[in-house]
Design a protein around this ligand. Structure first.
Ligand code: FAD
Ligand code: N01
Length: 545
């Protein structure tokens, strides 16, 4: 196996490798494995001191996957699913992190990973056709290919509340949680945000804290996980037909999961009784099953309203205080147009005496004070604050690096009006730069493991093709990119997704261009398009000898 060799030819201090991979989450690890398989020298650079990405950083109480564990795992190798046994339907963060570490060892990946190193810049050198990469520890790499496995939800949004530095208690962000954990016993805790991270952590923090105050700006749709041990017979069946399960997930589904059958019927064609039955049976199944209750929930406001009202009724029945229940009912965007949350006892938690819900839409947070927090209407005292305020999603980690392509043009300037990419894989003007699950691909709208593997395989096959044909570089044509961006927008606008102020559309970051970033056309259709592009001789790309 070739290992990176220091070279003196072009730059005394830089290490020459075939490929630099930024990030050691699920994507970066599999990319390294595939490139090694091609006999290439590759190096992963990772800011953390361990593998895992999302599952390394997000150690807040209650963190777990919302895609069933038996589908949220690697599928590229047949033995892995047989040798790894998940304990729960939705695995917890520690268990997923153990799994990723197991995979890193199983495939002997660590020796090519540089930990505790952040890539600060990546510049394309047009005379050498190579990427010159710099890190925060002064290391330089020169690589023919630069592969960004930097993650879609890996740039936590640092709270920028006035006065944060004056806070005398402890504060945490769910996206970079202390490794040693936090004991909230006897503490007065305030949590800001009610997205997936908050919804998972609130029940657990509430059970520990003396008092928990939840600051909600936008109520969220959440469905019960019904988490628990995996039924052994179900696990056996899934493992036995694993190859077929993964093929179907990749080729035949919208979201990259085979569990849960989407109903092809319109909600508006069903009788009221039929609708309720369908919703009810899916609510009982738990997880994302409810999202597939009817075919038109994502595209027709009237149909969607029936599901939205079903969830609101569940909230009203669960939460005893009618005013709190009403505040928890999402009303200003369609059902599931923000990432649907999957919870364990979230709404029930508001029946506890030590939990208070505060609406910060009507009276926003004005500042953090030394003793706690002040909204327009009141002051609150806390020992600890938890920011579950989310991420600069999809573009944050990429734009955190000074990436320059042809003629020194920065990715930031190319994306000033929002991300533009061909297939979410490459950007015009940035040869040999790949973005795994980049904007313009299904990525965050899917089971990410399926989308990650599809992208890694596509990139590895592409690189193998270039090498086999003595090609030096690949990049999309501006025309192909424009056409794809138009298509991504067109498909998104056909759905109800753009009606929500979600992170999918950049609405959570003040000043971020409002562009629907993921591709909503579905995993199967997208994978087919990627295949066709290759079959047509890398249609839309320019390959240079
Ligand atoms: P990441 O896991 O985000 O890894 C990216 C890595 O790149 C990080 O380790 C980061 O430190 C590193 N990095 C970034 N920039 C640099 C730099 N400049 N230099 C060096 N290193 C850098 N998806 C699902 O499909 N199902 C789920 O159930 C699910 N649950 C989730 C739960 C949480 C709490 C969150 C936040 C996300 C969840 N996701 C889920 C999405 C999740 O991000 C993906 O499933 C998947 O883990 C992403 O893997 P990745 O390797 O692409 O990126
Ligand atoms: O972040 P979010 P997240 N004042 O952006 C609020 C994945 N994930 O970390 O909606 C007051 O969803 C903000 O309010 P609003 C999953 O893909 C999965 O929870 O902007 N409030 C919102 O309530 C998910 O979608 C799991 O009005 C402020 C919250 O903070 C993605 O990661 C678990 C505020 C942020 O919610 C991100 O989830 C965790 C302010 N100034 C994460 N600023 C699973 O279950 C922000 N907010 C698998």
């Amino acid at each position: 196996m070739p290992t990176p060799q220091p070279q003196t030819a072009t730059n005394a201090a830089s290490t020459h490798i075939d490929a630099a991979i930024v990030g050691a989450g699920f994507a970066g690890l599999y990319m390294l494995h595939r490139l090694r398989g091609l006999g290439m020298s590759a190096r992963v650079i990772e800011a953390a001191d361990g593998v895992g990405g999302t599952w390394y950083w997000n150690r807040y109480p209650g963190a777990r996957c919302d895609i069933e564990s038996l589908e949220y795992e690697y599928g590229f190798e047949d033995e892995l699913p047989r040798e790894w046994k998940w304990t729960e339907r939705y695995a917890s963060q520690p268990e997923i992190l153990r799994y990723i570490n197991h995979c890193a060892d199983r495939f002997d990946l660590r020796r090519d990973i540089r930990f505790e190193t952040r890539v600060t810049s990546a510049h394309f050198n047009e005379s050498t056709n190579r990427w010159e990469i710099e890190t925060d520890v002064g290391e330089r790499l020169s690589a023919q290919y630069c592969i960004m496995a930097t993650g879609c939800l890996s740039a936590p949004r640092r709270p920028n509340f006035e006065g944060l530095d004056s806070f005398e208690g402890d504060w945490y962000h769910t996206g970079y949680w202390p490794h040693e954990g936090v004991d909230f016993t006897g503490k007065r805790v305030g949590i800001i945000g009610t997205g997936s991270s908050a919804i998972q952590s609130i029940p657990i923090i509430a059970a520990q804290a003396a008092h928990l105050t939840v600051f909600q700006r936008t109520a969220n749709f959440s469905v019960p996980a019904h988490n628990g041990p995996i039924e052994p017979e179900y696990a056996r069946q899934m493992t036995e037909r694993y190859t077929e399960v993964r093929r179907r997930a990749r080729e035949e589904t919208t979201g990259g999961v085979v569990s849960g059958t989407p109903n092809e019927k319109s909600a508006l064609e069903a009788s009221e009784e039929e609708r309720q039955q369908e919703f009810e049976s899916r609510w009982k199944k738990g997880g994302f099953a409810l999202g597939g209750a009817f075919a038109d929930l994502a595209i027709n406001n009237e149909a969607n309203a029936t599901a939205a009202e079903f969830v609101r009724e569940k909230i009203r029945v669960t939460v005893k205080d009618p005013a709190t229940a009403e505040l928890l009912c999402p009303k200003d965007y369609p059902f599931a147009t923000k990432r649907l949350c999957v919870d364990t006892n979230y709404f029930e938690t508001f029946n506890r005496d030590n939990v208070t819900l505060v609406d910060v839409k009507s009276a926003p947070i004005v500042e953090i004070t030394p003793a706690g927090l002040r909204t327009r209407d009141a002051e609150y005292a806390f020992d600890c604050l938890v920011f579950a305020t989310g991420f600069d999603a999809m573009t944050g980690a990429l734009l955190g690096i000074d990436i320059r392509g042809r003629a020194g043009e920065t990715l930031g300037s190319k994306w000033a009006g929002g991300p533009r990419s061909y297939l979410g894989l490459q950007v015009a003007g940035f040869p040999n730069l790949f973005t795994i699950t980049g904007p313009g691909s299904p990525s965050v709208l899917s089971n990410m493991l399926v989308s990650i593997e599809q992208h890694v395989d596509w990139i590895a096959d592409c690189v193998a093709h270039l090498r086999a044909h003595n090609m030096q570089s690949i990049e999309p044509t501006p025309e192909a990119q424009d056409a794809w961006v138009d298509h991504v927008n067109e498909v998104a606008n056909f759905t109800l997704f753009p009606q929500a102020n979600s992170w999918y559309i950049g609405a959570n970051i003040p000043g971020k261009p409002r562009v629907f970033m993921p591709y909503v056309g579905g995993v199967g259709a997208y994978a087919l398009k990627c295949k066709e592009v290759v079959a047509n001789g890398y249609e839309g790309f320019v390959l240079r000898a």
